[in-house]
Design a protein around this ligand. Structure first.
Ligand code: NAP
Length: 248
């Protein structure tokens, strides 16, 4: 793709599977060129092939968000190569659960590093190209856990709550430059992350959630699509909860 491409560019982290894969496919079908970011190159290539088979455009970029500086450098490179960055979806995330009294400093810091610090790094790097284009959409995937806390997830809840504050701050600092920033807080969505919780928790969730089921990754992707669209242009600084009514 040349530097003067008219096609809008969206970067999606954690695009190798789960929610990120669904977001990447949806944005590609919305007409974005999608930069697929994660660590697993083989899985990224599979997603790229599916997007291309549907007539979309995507490239793969291996990046470990835990490595300070790598994500920022990747975004700089993408801007140099593609000439524009319109949408940044910070979706990648990890858990390392444990009750607080037994949680190590390392488990706390590793989750904060990937789920919060890397998002700050990515938003800072993307803000300048977005300001130059006088257009930008930053969408951070937080969690209902960041809004209500959850026993066994002090690290994850702190990181996800941090994303809400970061998102509101970006909305205020960059609104006058044509950049919006919003968060999406999913409840229980059917992915590898929730598969690890097991059947018992799933049954409990299906009983207690008003919609009586786990959400699908595509239902988060549709919310991202709206926030990235022209129609979502007057929404900023918000956290959109997509949880089947779990927290209502
Ligand atoms: P998932 O299936 O576990 O996928 C996580 C994604 O993040 C993968 O693509 C993974 O790719 C990437 N990733 C993890 N660590 C990374 C690192 N160090 N560097 C680069 N990429 C990394 O999770 P998911 O359920 O789709 O969740 C996606 C987002 O939604 C997360 O932020 C999660 O916290 C949030 N969320 C999920 C749920 C849910 O119920 N599923 C609920 C609330 C919020 P590689 O392994 O290839 O690197």
């Amino acid at each position: 793709m040349s530097n003067d491409t008219p096609q809008k560019v969206a970067i999606v982290t954690g695009a190798s599977r789960g929610i990120g894969q669904a977001i990447a496919k949806k944005l590609a079908s919305d007409g974005f060129h999608v930069a697929l970011v994660a660590r697993d190159q083989e899985k990224l290539v599979l997603v790229q092939k599916e997007i291309e088979a549907d007539g979309g455009n995507a490239n793969t970029h291996v990046c470990d968000l835990a490595q300070r500086g790598d994500f920022g450098a990747l975004i700089d490179q993408l801007y140099a190569d593609l000439g524009r960055i319109d949408v940044l979806v910070n979706n990648a995330g990890m858990t390392r659960d444990g009750l607080m009294l037994r949680m190590s400093d390392e488990d706390f810091e590793d989750v904060i590093n990937v789920n919060l610090r890397s998002v700050f790094e990515g938003c800072r790097a993307a803000a300048r190209p977005m300001m130059r284009g006088r257009f930008g959409r930053i969408i951070n995937i937080t969690s209902v856990t960041g809004l209500s806390g959850n026993a066994g997830q002090a690290n994850y809840a702190a990181a996800k709550a941090g994303l809400v504050g970061l998102t509101k701050t970006i909305a205020k600092e960059f609104g006058s430059k044509g950049i919006t920033a919003n968060a999406i807080a999913p409840g229980f969505i059917e992915t590898d992350m929730t598969a690890a919780l097991g059947e018992e928790i799933r049954k409990g969730v299906e009983k207690s959630v008003p919609l009586r089921r786990y959400g699908q990754p595509e239902e988060i992707a549709c919310a991202v699509s709206f926030l990235a669209s022209d129609g979502g242009g007057y929404v900023t600084g918000q956290t959109l909860i997509v949880d089947g009514g779990l927290t209502c």
